[in-house]
Design a protein around this ligand. Structure first.
Ligand SMILES: CCCCCCCCCCCCC/C=C/[C@@H](O)[C@H](COP(=O)(O)O)NC(=O)CCCCCCCCCCCCCCC
Ligand SMILES: Nc1ncnc2c1ncn2[C@@H]1O[C@H](COP(=O)(O)OP(=O)(O)O)[C@@H](O)[C@H]1O
Ligand SMILES: [Ca+2]
Length: 587
């Protein structure tokens, strides 16, 4: 194959002559009329070529084509460092080559196009794009049309674009409409929009496979369509944690070249129902309260989380609960091993073999760990009870701009496990120390009131009698919320003989002239806090307090490749002078 595609000739860039070689895997060009010691080679992996056009072509800010006989233009991925330690920004590189003849020009463009087809099997041809016009700073439409659509067009991708008119429209479309011919689904929006796509695609895949999503013991079918995320939301945690930067062009380029990053998904159940899926945060206590508070301040945009975080921090709450968890194999990895899940991660690669062994002959829909999730065999489960500032479960690092290393810096994107973080009740200043450590490289787990466990499943329940306390303490909650009237409405759902408390939060805003000061004062003076918090599941409030979570390894695939190591790229370019190739080839 490689020899078939090999092509080598002299080409000109401007008035300089280059020796250009296409080997099948790489396109390289080296200045020809220089002394050996001064020669520089640019090497572009074929897999990172975005498009090849006849003539002298420019694409941004507007497409312009000078249609000459002997020229062709190659567009490819160009990297630069981002401000954070990890994660590289991608932009569109462009080089215009001139050939001595039209015949040679056609040979180059044909060979390059064939190489692209051969070496990039996952490049999408047709995409279904959902734009949330109200996500983040409400720039979704603009971002897509000005930055992303021209790149898709250049790469020959046809896209069907739907600007959503209501919440859950994208999810419902994916659950019900014909998806034939699409290679992937792209969401332009934030984590909430991604979550819609996630629910639509997982649901659709299980429907078609005839699997029951509600049963936590069932091994779910991985989704065949890839998901692309063009970040245009508030937290954009899924994008940040899988690409390393929040940049629509970088994400568009990952989609175009058909990168593939598997992702673990957590299913959240209550009694015998499926409540939701999550990829980043399933959080009770602090993060639940922040989300509940932030919903009232959507008008603030992304800042609503900082405002609400401060209000909730000052209201100084902790909650009683029983947490049970099923530990993952400690020999494989640990949340405190100080490693980072980066592009090409070994822990995740090994997990692929473990999660999908070649056992197609068994035909079983149930995992080998079936018994571990059933109620009968609780032997390996660990149980803790007490008061917590927060209980968080995350399938990945959950890094975002606020916390560049994330909730659990050593968590893996695709190892089939999640990290359970237990923050026991503690002094307010100690809790602030814990929160503050998320903003730097300091270890937030190196605190006496914090525990972290790598797990496969988690169950959360309330100690007996807590439900009633929730009613009694509504008064104090209202006080802590700065006089805003807030009712907890309990609905009782019955399942067999078991009576479960489902909790719904209904809020009624009342006029309050001291919105900012009151919660601060009341939070500090109120000794008792409400008995129950709410669960934040990737930015959605769950309607239940008692939940069961199970991690499904590599259930979906994103057009991404994990976080590229910016520091490694720097070392690489320092070495790249003189005879060595420039480090466009990073991997
Ligand atoms: C003192 C500084 C404290 C910084 C603490 C940072 C912890 C950040 C962890 C972020 C985890 C993110 C997990 C992702 C969740 C998203 O799915 C989800 C939905 O996102 P979307 O609206 O884009 O759709 N986002 C969220 O639920 C937002 C959670 C954000 C929590 C931020 C809390 C900020 C706290 C500021 C506290 C300040 C205390 C100051 C006291 C004087
Ligand atoms: N057209 C729409 N109108 C109202 N809500 C929408 C629309 N499209 C999507 N949504 C919902 O908006 C919520 C927030 O969207 P998201 O894109 O995540 O932005 P943000 O990160 O700012 O929260 C999601 O839960 C999604 O279901
Ligand atoms: Ca994981």
């Amino acid at each position: 194959m490689e020899t078939d595609l090999r092509l080598e000739s002299s080409l000109w860039i401007g008035n300089k002559r280059y020796r250009a070689v296409l080997t099948g895997w790489h396109l390289k060009w080296t200045e020809a009329d220089k002394k050996n010691g001064d020669k520089k080679t640019v090497s572009v992996p074929v897999a990172e070529v975005v498009g090849v056009e006849n003539g002298r072509v420019e694409i941004l800010p507007q497409k312009s084509v000078e249609d000459t006989d002997k020229d062709f233009t190659v567009f490819y991925v160009k990297r630069s460092r981002s401000r954070s330690t990890y994660g590289l920004l991608w932009s569109l590189g462009r080089t215009q080559f001139s050939c001595p003849s039209r015949v040679l020009r056609d040979q180059w463009t044909n060979h390059l196009r064939t190489a692209l087809k051969t070496h990039s099997p996952l490049r999408p041809h047709r995409l279904l794009v959902f734009i949330n016009p109200f996500g983040g700073k409400k720039k979704g439409r603009e971002i897509y049309h000005s930055l992303v659509a021209p790149l898709f067009e250049l790469a020959g991708i046809s896209s069907h674009v739907i600007v959503t008119e209501r919440a859950n429209q994208a999810r419902d479309h994916l659950l019900k409409k014909d998806l034939t011919g699409f290679d992937g689904v792209v969401c332009v929006g934030g984590d909430g929009m991604f979550s819609e796509i996630l629910h639509g695609l997982i649901g659709r895949t299980q429907q078609e496979a005839g699997l029951c999503e509600t049963d936590p013991a069932v091994t779910l079918q991985p989704c065949p369509l890839h998901i692309g995320i063009i970040p245009a939301g508030s937290t954009d945690c899924v994008c940040y944690a899988t690409v390393g930067v929040i940049d629509p062009v970088t994400s568009a380029l990952h989609i175009i070249i058909g990168d593939s990053q598997p992702l673990d998904v957590c299913s959240v159940h209550h009694a015998s129902t499926l409540v939701r899926y999550s990829v980043s945060l399933v959080g009770y206590g602090f993060y639940g309260d922040v989300l509940a508070e932030s919903e009232k301040h959507r008008w603030m945009g992304p800042l609503r989380y900082d405002y609400s975080g401060t209000v909730v921090y000052l209201s100084n709450r902790s909650y009683a609960g029983i947490v049970q968890y099923l530990p993952a194999d400690p020999l494989l990895s640990s949340p405190r091993d100080k490693t980072r899940c980066l592009s090409g991660c070994n822990v995740c690669s090994r997990s692929t073999e473990r999660l999908f062994p070649h056992t197609s002959d068994s035909g079983s829909l149930y995992s080998s760990h079936f018994s571990q999730y059933s109620n009968d065999s609780e032997g390996e489960w660990v149980s803790v009870e007490g008061r917590f500032r927060c209980v968080s479960l995350t399938c990945m690092s959950s890094s975002c701009a606020r916390s560049p290393l994330g909730l659990s810096p050593s968590a893996h994107l695709a190892d089939g496990t999640g990290d359970l973080i237990l923050v026991w009740d503690t002094h307010p200043l100690s809790f602030l120390k814990f929160l503050y450590r998320h903003t730097s490289t300091q270890d937030q787990f190196d605190l006496p009131f914090v525990e972290v466990h790598r797990v496969k499943a988690v169950r959360f329940s309330l100690p007996d009698g807590r439900e009633e306390e929730a009613h009694e303490e509504i008064g104090e909650l209202n006080c802590a919320r700065g006089g805003e009237e807030r009712e907890y409405v309990d609905t009782v759902s019955r399942n067999g003989s078991q009576q479960q408390l489902a909790q719904r939060v209904v809020e009624r805003e009342t006029k309050n002239e001291h919105k900012t000061v009151a919660p601060i004062l009341c939070g500090l003076c109120c000794k008792k806090t409400p008995a129950v918090s709410v669960w934040n599941c990737d930015g959605e409030i769950l309607p239940f307090t008692e939940i069961f979570c199970r991690i499904h390894g590599q259930l979906v695939r994103l057009y991404a490749r994990g976080i590229e190591d910016g520091a490694a790229m720097q070392n690489c370019s320092q070495e790249s002078d003189k005879n060595k190739s420039r480090c466009i080839t990073y991997k």
